[in-house]
Design a protein around this ligand. Structure first.
Ligand code: FE
Length: 277
C-alpha cells in the first residue's frame, strides 16, 4: 500500500454556535473551509452545563447531511415533520436534510459530561432536493472490533476490520470509523482514489504522514496513495477516520444551506421564510 501524505493539518478552533454552545470546530474554518464532500466537523465536550445547556433551538438545513455521533450524554432531537428521538452515548444520527427540515438539537441533561461530534457531508446536485431521511443508530448496533494488537475500532459507516457499519445507502459511500490505538499502535486502511479522507485526533497523540498530531488536530490526506496510516504516540491515540467520494461540483454555501449556485441559495432562504420546508 502506498500511503497518502498529509495535504493540510489544522488545529480545532473554539467557537460558539446554536444558542450559545461552546465547541471546537476544525473543518469548516478559515484553516480549511471544506474537504469535498466534507463541509464541517465540530466536537462538543464539556461537563459544565453553561457550555451546552442552551443547545441548538429550531434551525433549518437544506442540501446536505448532518451526522451526530455521541460519545457521552443525551441529546434530544425534534423536527418540523414530527420526527423526534434521543441520542445517547455511542449512538449515531445520520440525517439527510435533502430539500429541507427545521429541527432542534437540545441536551437532555442538566449536568455531567456531554461529548460528541457533528459532521456535515455534502449531497450531489441530483440529490440536494431529495425527501429528508433519517438513520437513527442505537449504540449496540455500532460494531466494535477488538483487534489482537489491542486496537478498538467502532464502525459507523463503511467496512473495516471485517465489520460493516450500520449506516447504509449514503450517496457519497462514506467510511466513518472511531479508532482507539494502544501506545505505538498502527492503523492502516485502504481507500479508493475517488475518496477524500481525513483524521481528527481527540485523545492522546499520533503521527500521520511524518507529521506529529495532537488533540483537536485535523489532518487532511492528499490523493497521492491508495491508503492511510496513523501511528499512535507513547500515550496511545483515539481518532475519527473519515472518507467519502468527492462530488467535484460548485459549492454555494451560507449558514445552514449548502447548494450549487447563488440562485439556489436565494431560493432556500425564500422557501424557509415562506414556511416551505
Ligand atoms: Fe442542525
Amino acid at each position: 500500500m502506498k500511503t497518502r501524505t498529509v495535504s493540510k493539518m489544522i488545529r480545532g478552533k473554539r467557537v460558539t454556535d446554536g444558542a450559545g454552545v461552546r465547541l471546537v470546530r476544525s473543518l469548516g474554518t478559515e484553516g480549511l473551509e471544506q474537504l469535498d464532500p466534507f463541509l464541517m466537523l465540530d466536537e462538543f465536550r464539556s461537563d459544565d452545563p453553561g457550555d451546552y445547556i442552551a443547545g441548538f433551538p429550531d434551525h433549518p438545513h437544506r442540501g446536505f447531511e448532518t451526522v451526530t455521533y455521541m460519545l457521552a450524554g443525551l441529546m434530544e432531537h425534534a423536527d418540523n415533520h414530527g420526527n423526534s428521538g434521543t441520542l445517547r452515548g455511542g449512538g449515531v444520527q445520520w440525517m439527510t436534510a435533502g430539500r429541507g427540515i427545521v429541527h432542534s438539537e437540545m441536551p437532555k441533561q442538566e449536568n455531567s459530561l456531554i461529548w460528541g461530534f457533528q459532521l456535515w457531508i455534502n449531497l450531489p446536485a441530483a440529490n440536494k432536493m431529495m425527501t429528508p431521511r433519517y438513520q437513527n443508530i442505537e449504540p449496540e448496533d455500532v460494531p466494535l472490533v477488538k483487534r489482537g494488537d489491542g486496537a478498538l475500532v467502532r464502525v459507523i459507516a463503511g467496512v473495516a476490520d471485517g465489520a460493516t457499519g450500520p449506516v447504509r445507502g449514503v450517496i457519497t459511500a462514506p467510511l466513518y470509523l472511531d479508532v482507539t490505538l494502544p501506545p505505538r499502535g498502527v492503523y492502516e486502511h485502504e481507500l479508493p482514489q475517488t475518496h477524500s479522507a481525513f483524521t481528527y485526533l481527540f485523545q492522546g497523540d499520533a503521527e500521520v504522514g511524518g507529521i506529529a498530531v495532537k488533540q483537536t488536530a485535523l489532518a487532511a490526506f492528499g490523493d497521492d496513495g491508495d491508503g492511510v496510516r496513523i501511528t499512535a504516540g507513547p500515550e496511545g491515540a483515539r481518532f475519527l477516520l473519515l472518507a467519502a467520494k468527492k462530488l467535484n461540483e460548485p459549492v454555494a454555501r451560507y449558514g445552514p444551506f449548502v447548494m450549487n449556485t447563488r440562485d439556489e441559495l436565494q431560493q432556500a432562504f425564500e422557501d424557509y421564510r415562506t414556511g416551505n420546508f
